[in-house]
Write a protein that binds this ligand. Structure first.
Ligand SMILES: Nc1ncnc2c1ncn2[C@@H]1O[C@H](COP(=O)(O)OP(=O)(O)OP(=O)(O)O)[C@@H](O)[C@H]1O
Ligand SMILES: [Mg+2]
Length: 503
């Protein structure tokens, strides 16, 4: 028997109104990938924050290689060789990739000259990024990088610390295809050097691909630790949610109405090139593409979160004059952004206030915001989407990642938009809640709303769309009925293997 590299025993942690961890146990062996699984709010991130010294535990003990360890501060944990890549990145937007990787540990030119040796940092950063096959300029400012690239910088940062335990909290949530492959081969490489990896993910298809063992959490408790060789995905899901889930994509066949949205020749720089498409009432148009293909840019230009160079937008057949997001909301567009921290939520406000943010017009008489109405609407969504929160006024920054995402969704669903642009709506959402999101989408289409579903998950695109659009390098390269699409075709189209426009 190898001595576990890490043992967390009987860990307890409470926040006002919430028992986040209740006698949680975790043991991790050197050189293994240990999955930490559970529904949104189960306590995964909290357990990790205790390991990393970000939170102090109320009770329990932590052993590293059999010895009691002091992990009371982030610094202490770092010194013990624990590195964490958080769900919400911890990068400083205005600093460069290299500066972020070596933040707080800048190379000094010599001991009596404690300046940052920028060139050395950039050189080292370049080496690590190259090892990750990440095409990122170490000098590029974080703010100018996409979500996937920022993720890579986080991975590089952990690697640069020579950590012996690396925690990855939903590392692939923002990555697609090739980048995931790269990450997985990096993980294999780390394993072979005896590094232990604690891996948190909601993506079922990854479990057996990367994991050796799994610990399942529910309501702050660790339910079970299993060898992945002995258990299938269905069983893991059952352990996580406490029941079996049958239909993962409960799509109801669309009843199509008139044209809800038409976009003509939308362009923005070289990110979006002359995109034209339309969505009918009651229709879900899936927009697939690789990271960097321009899907988010298209949605942002359409919504006027960024100004397009050209392009007309028609809602219900009438051309809409859109100059800024507020015009778009008025005209009947709803936009659920991929970056919930940056664009979707106001962190210091309560759940109720966030949910009703997009639809203030509905709730306010001139100069007066009806708290009662706001609360009623918020309560309804919290119940339906099973948003785990001790109260409606809880600040959203205290919710678990997946529950924050649910609040973003609720916020747009409670608005009365006619067409919704959903950018990765189920990212970071657990299996059970995903199905609820799909059911809400069904309800929206039943009401005659149109949906543009941007997703990097092919099963989701195939399972929930009526029509599928594919983007490649800023161009719309496919527009076809979902019934004519399959996994291989879409992958090929997304990679630049031709064009398919079916009218
Ligand atoms: N700082 C905090 N203040 C108050 N409550 C908190 C805080 N951090 C976490 N919680 C609560 O503790 C519980 C566990 O949250 P945690 O973030 O650990 O969940 P999780 O398993 O990581 O979920 P997800 O899959 O959504 O990321 C949740 O109910 C959450 O709202
Ligand atoms: Mg979490």
């Amino acid at each position: 028997m190898t001595v576990p590299i890490l043992e967390m025993k009987d860990i307890g942690k409470s926040f006002p109104g919430v028992v986040a961890l209740d006698h949680a146990n975790l043991d991790v062996r050197p050189g293994e990938v240990h999955l930490l699984l559970g529904e949104n709010g189960a306590g995964k991130s909290t357990l990790i924050k205790i390991l990393s010294g970000a939170y102090t535990r109320d009770s329990g003990s932590i052993l590293l290689e059999g010895r009691e360890a002091d992990l009371s501060t982030p610094q202490a944990a770092q010194e013990q060789g624990i590195a964490v890549i958080y769900q919400e990145f911890n990068l400083v937007p205005w600093l460069s990739a290299a500066e972020n990787i070596f933040l707080g540990r800048e190379f000094s030119t010599s001991w009596f000259k404690p300046h940052v040796n920028r060139r050395k940092a950039e050189m080292e950063a370049w080496k690590i990024l190259k090892r990750l096959s990440a095409d990122i300029n170490p000098r590029a400012a974080i703010a100018d990088l996409g979500v996937a690239q920022q993720q890579m910088v986080e991975v590089a940062k952990a690697l640069s610390m020579n950590a012996r335990i690396i925690v990855m909290d939903e590392p692939t949530a923002a990555l697609t295809g090739k980048e995931c492959d790269t990450l997985f081969s990096t993980i294999l490489d780390l394993k072979s050097r005896g590094v232990a990896i604690i891996y948190i993910s909601h993506r079922l298809e990854e479990f057996h691909r990367v994991g050796d063992r799994a610990t399942v959490m529910r309501d702050g408790k660790t339910i079970k630790t299993l060898d992945l060789a002995d258990v299938d995905v269905e069983e893991l899901v059952r352990l996580m949610v406490g029941r079996s889930l049958k239909d993962k994509f409960p799509k109801v066949p669309a009843t199509l109405g008139d044209e809800a949205l038409r976009v003509e020749n939308l362009s923005r720089g070289n990110k979006v090139k002359n995109a034209s498409f339309s969505i009918r009432e009651g229709e879900v148009a899936g927009l697939y593409g690789l990271v960097g293909a321009g899907r988010t840019e298209l949605a942002r230009a359409l919504f006027r979160a960024d100004a397009p160079d050209s392009g007309k937008v028609y809602l219900s057949g009438k051309e809409a004059t859109l100059n800024r997001p507020r015009d778009s909301i008025r005209a009947g567009l709803g936009f659920l952004t991929e970056d919930r921290k940056g664009q979707g939520l106001v962190m210091p406000l309560g759940v109720d206030e966030n949910v009703t943010l997009a639809s203030l017009d509905q709730f306010s008489r001139p100069g007066f915001l009806s708290r009662a109405k706001q609360a009623r609407s918020a309560r309804q969504f919290v119940g339906r989407m099973r948003i785990k929160t001790p109260s409606l006024s809880q600040e959203v920054k205290n919710l678990s990642g997946g529950n924050q995402q649910k609040v973003v969704l609720a916020k747009w669903l409670s608005s009365d938009a006619k067409v919704f642009l959903f950018d990765e709506p189920t990212r970071g959402i657990d299996v059970g809640a995903k199905i609820e999101v799909y059911q809400l989408m069904n309800e929206l289409t039943r009401q005659g709303k149109g949906i543009l579903l941007i997703s990097s998950e092919l099963p989701e695109i195939l399972g929930m769309s009526d029509r599928i659009l594919v983007m490649c390098r800023g161009e719309l390269v496919a527009d076809l009925p979902a019934s004519e699409a399959d996994q291989e075709t879409l992958l090929l189209l997304a990679a630049g293997g031709g064009k398919t426009i079916v009218q």
